[in-house]
Write a protein that binds this ligand. Structure first.
Ligand SMILES: [Zn+2]
Length: 530
């Protein structure tokens, strides 16, 4: 599949340091320790934990992380060179790096003449000396050093001889990797291939690559760099990072191992854990997973068009670049009016449902009718499952709604409006009437329904509404404007989506809400109560 033979590649994860630069992301120290252990379990050789001294959380992390036992990963601390005009032994930045207590450090230094003269306001000779002295000092203190040449590619284009002097100084001083960084992320694969090729012949130690995704090429740039001879690939899980992010190690690891013959980039069996890893890190970082992420996205192997899905049912290889199980993902089929009976049968199989043959046409008709009304079952698997079960004759045994009511009141203009809901439901033969307040009508209904059901179903305590989305669909079939409500619910183990459609937003929300509870009761947590 590729011209590459079987180079060895060293993966270097910086989710905890560069990944934390993402605008809407912040880890606690505990989050970081969890991610570190997961990366170690999967088998990433190097994990950069943070920038000690840059903020107290990073220093605290290293204090704790250096006491942890790791099986596969080596922890690395990241830091800057000494300042211009300062002795390395006086550098607070280097002291902080030593205080982290790791054997390996990644030192970043400027390789772009513009940054030396304009940002540091010093001359190029001093720029080179800052790198050399810092590496020498760290070595003397018993550290093993990787050197990140910041803005290397822009620097190489601007003043190649200076950029190369910086690399040579780091190498002579004892750096074990020279990592070429596209810090601004603007390079294209052709630039990377050419420049890495030129540098490769002049470096005596293994090269690395560290790229950002501003031109949309971070994964491609990392792969062409490997093709051109770099050994270490730096990136982050899910591509987290500043602006448009860093190179995403999920597709990089999969591409290397499954398509470029670098079968030892991670330990045996690790590639099957990539989907789980991507989701785990998103969960801990509290970032919504990208459903369309290559390899790991929830829809990465989901087909929509009817022609495709009947084709997939026959020969999966015809429409899939790899079998989804290879990376721990699964095949999905979007149930929609594009697909016919084949789609419905596959979807039922995916959901683990025994769908009687005579139920299939009923489901197809029902789906078509409801999608015409505005339902979106392709994003609401949980409601789809309930619909399929209903078409097979299943009746839910959990609760029966007698009525619900909600009103919103604002007493004075200065008050926050308050919603209050009352629900009447029957569970296991007992009638419950419960009222509850909430900040909005859906919150109030959720609280009241939860109160009414919790007595008989204590496991609902683990369920929480994660997201609520409303879309106005406009006029549908001669009626007034219709709204669609999607609700994401989690029980801490899995997440599911339900849908409701109505001209009335409360009714649409109630439909999605009761589906969310039903699905939660149908699929309780596996973990024992704690
Ligand atoms: Zn970076």
């Amino acid at each position: 599949m590729s011209t590459v033979g079987a180079p060895r590649v060293e993966l270097y994860d910086t989710t905890l340091r560069d990944g934390a630069q993402r605008a809407d992301l912040s880890y606690t120290v505990e989050d970081r320790l969890r991610i570190l252990h997961r990366l170690d379990q999967v088998g990433f050789p190097f994990v950069e934990g943070g920038w000690p001294g840059a903020n107290p959380r990073d220093s605290e992390f290293f204090r704790l992380a250096t006491k942890e036992t790791l099986e596969h990963s080596t922890l690395v601390a990241f830091g800057m060179t000494r300042r211009a005009g300062e002795a390395a032994s006086d550098s607070q930045a280097l002291r902080d790096l030593l205080d982290a207590g790791t054997e390996f450090v990644c030192l970043v230094g400027k390789a772009w003449d513009l940054h030396v003269t304009e940002a540091l306001r010093t001359d190029l000779d001093e720029g080179v000396a800052m790198v050399r002295d810092s590496v020498v000092f760290l070595q003397e203190q018993g550290r093993r050093v990787f050197f990140d040449a910041e803005h290397f590619f822009d620097g190489y284009v601007s003043d190649g001889s200076f950029a190369m002097r910086v690399l040579a100084a780091a190498e002579e001083a004892g750096a074990e990797r020279l990592v070429l960084c596209d810090t601004n992320g603007g390079m294209l694969p052709f630039d990377i291939a050419r420049i890495v090729g030129e540098v490769k012949g002049r470096a005596g130690v293994p090269l690395g690559i560290h790229v950002h995704n501003d031109a949309g090429c971070a994964v491609a740039n990392s792969l062409v760099a490997v093709d051109a001879g770099v050994f270490q690939v730096q990136g982050t899980i899910n591509g987290y990072g500043e602006r448009t992010g860093n190179a995403d190690l999920i597709p990089i690891a999969a591409d290397l191992m499954l398509k470029m013959g670098v079968t030892d980039a991670l330990p045996d069996g690790a590639v099957e854990h990539l989907t789980e890893l991507a989701h785990y890190v998103a969960e801990v970082a509290n970032v919504a997973p990208d459903s369309h992420q290559p390899y790991a996205g929830r829809f990465a192997f989901t087909h929509k068009a009817g022609l495709h899905t009947s084709g997939v049912a026959r020969v999966t290889r015809a429409y899939e670049h790899i079998p989804p199980e290879t990376v721990g993902n699964r095949r999905g089929v979007v149930a929609s009016d594009y697909g016919g009976g084949a789609t419905v049968r596959m979807k039922a199989e995916e959901l683990g449902l025994e769908l009687p043959a005579d139920a299939v046409p009923r489901v197809v008709d029902d789906l078509k009718a409801r999608e015409a009304q505005g339902y979106a079952f392709d994003v609401a698997d949980a409601s789809l499952e309930l619909l399929m079960r209903g078409a097979s004759g299943w009746r839910q045994p959990f609760f029966e709604v007698e009525s619900y009511r909600v009103h919103v009141e604002q007493r004075t203009a200065a008050d926050e409006p308050l919603a209050e809901a009352t629900v009447k439901v029957v569970t296991k033969g007992t009638r419950h009437i419960e009222s509850a307040e909430g900040h909005g009508p859906v919150g109030a209904l959720d609280n009241a329904l939860r109160k009414a059901l919790t007595n008989d179903y204590p496991e609902l305590a683990h369920m929480s509404l994660e997201d609520y989305r409303v879309r106005v669909l406009g006029e549908q079939g001669g009626t007034g404007a219709v709204v669609r409500v999607l609700i994401d619910t989690s029980n801490g183990e899995r997440e599911w989506t339900t849908v409701g459609v109505s001209e009335n937003i409360i009714e649409a929300s109630w439909e999605a809400l009761t589906d969310a509870y039903l699905y939660g009761l149908l699929h309780p947590r596996e973990a024992s109560e704690d």
